[in-house]
Write a protein that binds this ligand. Sequence first.
Ligand code: GLA
Length: 387
Amino acid sequence: MKRIINYLGFALLTALLFVGCKKENQSEKSQSTQMENIQVSDYGVTAKGDSIKKYTLTNKNGMKVEVINFGGIITSLTAPDKDGKYEDVVLGFTKPEGYFDGNPYYFGALIGRFGNRIANAKFTLDGKTYDIDKNDGPNSLHGGKEGFHTKIWTVEPIGNAETPSLKLTYVSNDGEEGYPGKLTTTVVYTLTKDNALEIAYEATTDKTTIVNLTQHSYFNLSGKFTQPITDHELQLDADQFLPVNSTLIPTGERRNVAGTPFDFKTPKLIGKDINSDDEQVKLGKGFDHNWILNGTGLRKIATVYHSGTGRVMEVSTDQPGVQFYSGNFLDGKFDTKTGGKNEHRTGFCLETQHFPDSPNEASFPTVVLKPGEKFQSKTIYKFSVKK
Ligand code: GLA
């Protein structure tokens, strides 16, 4: 009897050890898989001497997204075409210095504290007027000259074997670029199994402030960065847009798109009305306006289709607006990643956000963030093909 008990005890111990080992192996395996889908490499050194890293996220289909901890910039993003060929579809520089030394077009960057323009580079909050950096004629654009696109973010690889994620954090001190409050921002980039890049933003503050975060990637679904994006078809779920003045500040009017070049309710080639005589198209030098998105909550707001390659990009967001910018200021000064120069309108942006100049326009949805509150927002760029 004693022998039997001893034997059973030994068997139980062996079984426990076996299960334990198996668990350990499994967790080792999942860790190494996680390492496999996020590769870290040296990217370059800034003029200030900061060593910048590049993080490459890969999913099982072979889609890749490259992000650097300078500006949270997406330097490359691949998407399949109708033959299953993955190609880079975001504009960028050929050398790290392009991003480090000013990035005049905001290629691929995270934008904060305030995406888009603030009129006359000032706003009033709780009776106090704040002067912020004037970097776009009389206005402030994209958080000022030293906005979030120039900052070094802390990066933590997270996620699991199937969905690699990067958590980026930046703490902006009280008064930075003229904005009140110490603002802590996190942005999580996730590459999903179904070829989507999800971007989740969060921000908290220790003093009442304003915030409007976005991502400034330029897309060219042809994968050829010298080709104009006018042959892409765009559909935007918006009945109204915001007309602007000569410095691209919204006038406060909400205008119906029906019967104007701004009507993308059904799919239309970007090039169709881009050179129209319409006063608003002329002011934007093409499209550079905020559309008021229909509906609320996380919803699909845009679809872009490039017939030559069959590539489709769908955009979903919980934000009230999107700046559709047709790359009108691209001016051929830099080499593209596929050779040639970054000529006029060779990329477009769909910057999901609150309305430009919201702090100075009481009728626009509020962008005020108070201590104890959490700003949260999500945008998804999903890639597929139409044959
Ligand atoms: C935004 C603006 C444009 C332009 C680009 C950067 O999209 O709306 O007017 O400033 O950024 O070149």
